[in-house]
Ligand binder design. Structure first.
Ligand SMILES: C[S@@+](CC[C@H](N)C(=O)[O-])C[C@H]1O[C@@H](n2cnc3c(N)ncnc32)[C@H](O)[C@@H]1O
Length: 454
C-alpha cells in the first residue's frame, strides 16, 4: 500500500504541471513585539470607525471586555468583522499565506491526506474538512492532486466540507472551487449555507460551525486558522494572575487601551490553572475537544474493526504575530476591524486539551514537514519542465519563502492529532497464532517522518 502511494506520488510529482505561480509578497509571519499595554488612536482620520463606535458603546454598557471578546468582534462580527467583509489575502490584501505563495504547498498536503486515508485502511467515504479556507487555494490544489491520483483513491467517495464564517470569503471559495456550480441555501438557518460541486463533480458544502459538519470518516485541515481564534490574555501581578481586558482610555474617548482586571475573572480562575502561558484560546480547546469527541462518534472510522482502520486526522499549523494591515505590522487596538489579529498557538495546551485518547505528532517546522513530503523532488521536476526564466525565478523564490529557516521554514509549524489506533500495530489475523511473524508496523505518518519513494 505504501509503495503504491509512493509510486503514484512520484508519478504526480513527475508530471510537472505548473499552475500560474502566485506572486510573492510580504507574509503574515513577521514577528511582532507583544504590546500588552499599548494604546492607540484611530488611523489618520479623526472619525471613529463603526467598529470602534460599536466597541466603545459595548464597553460603556458592560465595562472592559476580555481580549477574546475584542478579537471575536473585530474579526468575525457578522456585520463589521474583518474576515466577514473583506478579502485580505494575497499581494493586494494585508497578508499572504503559504497556499497563496505556491501550488506545491497544497499539492503536498493533498499527498499527505491520501497517505492518511491509506493509513486509515482506505475507508469508502472520505470527508475532507477544511477550517477557515481563505480563498480556497489550498483546497483547490488538494483536489487537483485527488484527480491526478484517482486510481489510488479508487472508488472512495470524496466530499469537501468547508467551515467558513465569512460570507465574502465563502463566495470567493465557491468561485475558485466550483465556478458557477454552487448555490446559497434557501433558508438562512440552514446548517449548510451553500452547496456546490467542482468541475469533476466532487460535492462541496459550506458551514458556519464545525459541529454542523456531518459525522463520518473525515480528515481535517486547518491552515493559519487556530491563530485567528480569540484568545484570553493574562498578566502576572502582585495579587496573582489577572486577566487583561480592553477598555476606553478615559483621557481619549475614541481610543482603546489594555487594562488589568483588578479582581479574578471567570477566565483567570478557570484557565490560568491549566496554562501558565500568557494567553489561552478557549475556542481552540473547545474545537479540539469537539474533534476528539467526533472521533468517538465516527463509526465508519473506528467502529468496523478493520485492521488499520482509524479515526480521522487533523493537520494544522501555526503562525505568530499580532496585527497586519497592508503587509505591515499594525497596532492591535488601532482602527479595530481594519486589520488582521493573530496570536501564537500554544501546542502544549492543545495537546493537554486533546487528552490521552488522541495521538499528537509534532510540532515540526514547515521546512522539515515539506522536505519530508518531498518538496525538493517536486521542485526539481517543475524546474526541469519549465523553460520560462521568469516562472523559474518565481518557483525558486516561492520555494525559498516556504522552506528557508529565516523566512517561513522555521517560523511555521505542523502539528497533527490522530486517532490512537492510527499508530497501533494491526492485529495478527486469526489462525496464524503459531507463526512467529511479527505484526506489520503501522504506516508512518507522512511529513513527520521522511516519505520514501519506492
Ligand atoms: C488567516 S485566514 C487563513 C486562510 C487560509 N487557510 C490560508 O492559509 O490562506 C483565516 C481563515 O479562517 C476564517 N475564520 C476565522 N475565524 C473563523 C471562525 N471562528 N470560524 C470559521 N472560520 C473562521 C477566515 O474567514 C479565513 O478564511
Amino acid at each position: 500500500m505504501r509503495a503504491l502511494l509512493c509510486v503514484k506520488a512520484q508519478q504526480l510529482l513527475s508530471r510537472g504541471f505548473i499552475h500560474p505561480v502566485r506572486p510573492a509578497a510580504a507574509v503574515r509571519w513577521q514577528a511582532a513585539p507583544s504590546k500588552l499595554f499599548c494604546s492607540s488612536a484611530p488611523d489618520g482620520n479623526n472619525k471613529p470607525s463603526s467598529m470602534l463606535r460599536h466597541l466603545t458603546s459595548k464597553i460603556k454598557a458592560t465595562g472592559p471586555i476580555p481580549v477574546a471578546e475584542y478579537m471575536r468582534e473585530v474579526l468575525t462580527n457578522p456585520v463589521k468583522g474583518y474576515y466577514v467583509r473583506s478579502n485580505m489575502l494575497g499581494p493586494e490584501g494585508d497578508f499572504i499565506t503559504s497556499p497563496e505563495i505556491s501550488q506545491i504547498f497544497g499539492e503536498l498536503i493533498g499527498v499527505w491526506i491520501i497517505s492518511e486515508w491509506m493509513g486509515a485502511g482506505q475507508p469508502k467515504q472520505l470527508q475532507l474538512v477544511e477550517l477557515g479556507p481563505g480563498k480556497g487555494s489550498l483546497a483547490s490544489d488538494v483536489i487537483r492532486v485527488f484527480s491526478q491520483l484517482q486510481s489510488v483513491l479508487g472508488g472512495a467517495s470524496v466530499s469537501l466540507h468547508l467551515v467558513e464564517v465569512s460570507p465574502a470569503l465563502s463566495l470567493l471559495q465557491a468561485q475558485n472551487l466550483t465556478g458557477n456550480r454552487s448555490q446559497e441555501a434557501d433558508a438562512e438557518d440552514d446548517l449548510v449555507y451553500r452547496r456546490g460541486e467542482t468541475e469533476a463533480g466532487l460535492p462541496v458544502s459550506w458551514y458556519r460551525r464545525l459541529d454542523d459538519v456531518p459525522t463520518g470518516f473525515s480528515i481535517f485541515v486547518a491552515h493559519e486558522f487556530f491563530d485567528a481564534l480569540p484568545i484570553h490574555k493574562f498578566q502576572r501581578t502582585e495579587k496573582g494572575w489577572r486577566e487583561v481586558l480592553v477598555d476606553i482610555d478615559p483621557e481619549k474617548p475614541d481610543t482603546l487601551r489594555f487594562v488589568v482586571a483588578p479582581a479574578p475573572t471567570l477566565a483567570s480562575t478557570s484557565l490560568v490553572q491549566v496554562s501558565l502561558d500568557l494567553h489561552v484560546s478557549m475556542f481552540c480547546s473547545a474545537l479540539v475537544e469537539g474533534s476528539s469527541c467526533r472521533k468517538q462518534k465516527g463509526s465508519c472510522a473506528s467502529g468496523r474493526g478493520k485492521p488499520g482502520s482509524t479515526g480521522p486526522s487533523l493537520l494544522f499549523l501555526n503562525s505568530s504575530s499580532e496585527g497586519f494591515k497592508g503587509h505591515q505590522l499594525h497596532d492591535v487596538l488601532a482602527s479595530p476591524g481594519s486589520a488582521d489579529l493573530t496570536a501564537d498557538v500554544d501546542f502544549n495546551y492543545l495537546r493537554r486539551m486533546a487528552g490521552g485518547g488522541v495521538a499528537c505528532l509534532g510540532p515540526v517546522t514547515q521546512n522539515t514537514f515539506l522536505k519530508n513530503m518531498g518538496i525538493d523532488t517536486r521542485m526539481q521536476i517543475l524546474l526541469r519542465n519549465c523553460r520560462d526564466p521568469s516562472t523559474r525565478k518565481q518557483l525558486i523564490s516561492s520555494y525559498n519563502m516556504l522552506t528557508n529557516p529565516a523566512k517561513m521554514g522555521e517560523r511555521f509549524h505542523f502539528f497533527s492529532l490522530l486517532h490512537p489506533s492510527r499508530l497501533a500495530k494491526p492485529q495478527k489475523p486469526q489462525g496464524l497464532k503459531l507463526e512467529k511473524k511479527k505484526s506489520p508496523a503501522p504506516l508512518p505518518v507522512a511529513g513527520f517522518t521522511e516519505l520514501k519513494f519506492a
